[in-house]
Design a protein around this ligand. Structure first.
Ligand SMILES: CC(C)(COP(=O)(O)OP(=O)(O)OC[C@H]1O[C@@H](n2cnc3c(N)ncnc32)[C@H](O)[C@@H]1OP(=O)(O)O)[C@@H](O)C(=O)NCCC(=O)NCCS
Length: 167
């Protein structure tokens, strides 16, 4: 007998409808008004570092990372992160975050930013940024601006977080 557990894999294009449903249920219709959404609006998430969790073949979790800029430096925005309530508190959310951030580091990315609860993200490498170091394009509690620095020089990344300009 195999113990029930989740699996994590890269997101496939065919996962999009299930992920939309998951995010709609997790965040509600207000999700498109959130400040973090403004940073990724119209910018595709990066499929090389966006992961899903499955449980018995059913998609139950998703994390997406989207390229953006902070000052003049390329960076990543983590979110949305959602896990279905049926499988809450089994470590799936943090496993998704850990997996995506580790892959981002392997690929040479320097910094991952998110807006979220510090106690949830601290065990997976995120710490509050010094107040004023990074500004966002909308209202946000500054205590919820968290960053994972992936390279030794990422501490020098500072300034306005902006949506990636069209290439
Ligand atoms: C937040 C969410 C992703 C957590 O997923 P999960 O797979 O249940 O989380 P994990 O199993 O990895 O972690 C569970 C732990 O996180 C804690 N936790 C859950 N949500 C939390 C929150 N918002 N703030 C702080 N801690 C939280 C749980 O109490 C539990 O604590 P424990 O480790 O001490 O037992 C999921 O509840 C969800 O999709 N919520 C709605 C969308 C959302 O808020 N996304 C995050 C946006 S920042």
């Amino acid at each position: 007998m195999t113990a029930e557990t989740h699996q994590i894999r890269l997101e496939d294009p065919g996962d999009a409808p299930a992920i939309d449903n998951l995010n709609d249920a997790a965040f509600g219709p207000g999700r498109f008004a959130r400040t973090a959404y403004r940073l990724r609006e119209g910018v595709p998430h990066d499929p090389a570092i966006s992961f899903v969790a499955t449980w018995n073949g059913r998609l139950v979790g998703s994390v997406r990372l989207t390229p953006m800029e902070i000052g003049d430096a390329p960076a990543l925005l983590l979110g949305p992160l959602a896990v279905h309530p049926d499988v809450a508190n089994r470590g799936i959310g943090r496993a998704l975050v850990r997996t995506s951030v580790e892959r981002a580091a392997e690929l040479g990315h320097r910094l991952v930013l998110l807006v979220g609860d510090p106690p949830y993200y601290a065990p997976v490498g995120f710490a509050p940024v010094t107040p004023g170091r990074i500004t966002l394009p909308g209202p946000v509690d500054p205590r919820r601006i968290l960053a994972a620095e992936l390279t030794g020089d990422a501490g020098s990344i500072t300034g306005e977080a902006r949506r990636l300009r069209a290439q």
